[in-house]
Ligand binder design. Sequence first.
Ligand code: TUI
Length: 314
Amino acid sequence: MKNRLCELLGIEYPVIQGGMAWVATAELAAAVSNGGGLGLIAAGGAPADVVREQIKKCRELTDKPFGVNVMLMSPFAEDVMNVILEEKPAVVATGAGNPGKYMEGLKAAGIKVLPVIASVAMAQRMEKMGADAIIAEGTEAGGHIGEITTMCLIPQIADAVSVPVVAAGGIADARGAVAAFALGADGIQVGTRFICSNECIAHENYKNAVLKAKDRDAVVTGRSTGAPVRALKNKLTKEYQRLEKENAPFEEIEKLGVGGLRRAFEEGDVQMGSLMAGQSAAMVHKIEPCADIIRSYFEGISDILDTIKTKMDV
Ligand code: TUI
């Protein structure tokens, strides 16, 4: 499959791996890129030298294009951007903020910039600033999220911008991919399903929690503090919800989350760890290689289209 997103990024399948902090390491990014998609190293809250090592490691593991996802709320975001300007990965995706002040430098370095956004206004602002494509993330996604569903966000953004649009949030199989393309997307971003890949080095307890998840298990906490996060329901999310209900002080609520991702990812603490995952967790049923995950999004498409034709009587 070759479309304008594939052409832009030099990839075989229009699939971008989500920039999941701690989970999206050089190993995962390289495996996705080797499988024909675009792998992303997640800078998350890591210091710049760690990100530099990850970029170097990824270069050893793949000769295909890959990128770095920069979490703009990180205290190290500026340092990470400076490392990126030196190391020049093919792509930078940004999350949790406005990458405007970095845009000119990144573009001048020949790096493609794909901001992750959750609203039409931000998509338009990013296009004006020179974004090469827009990753539009619906509220079904894991981690820090916006308000609007993928179903309603993608068509509005596809109508509002002319650069390629990548749909993110809730896309777990070929049916989801067909839906995303029907809504006007040029590609998909997949996060949760890649947690359950062989190449992802997350703790096996984390992977098993995703495999076990049911439809209502990916819950949102932090709405009251203005930083909503979707993660799998456990002792930590219940504690969050209790504090939020009691209107506990902001600092107390925030303190609860500190180190949560590391606890989940490294220690496999499925009770007090932050098991960030999207609603699609309920649709992930096995652990498999990244290359198989990518291909699965494009298998059986003609059967899906036939079903649509029959059901819609066209
Ligand atoms: O960034 C994400 N997902 C994330 S970041 C993250 S780390 C974290 N941990 C704890 C609390 C908060 C964050 C975990 N998951 N997705 C992309 C995304 N970006 N979704 C929504 C946005 C976004 C939000 C506001 C993008 C731009 C934006 O702009 C605000 C403004 O106007 O400047």
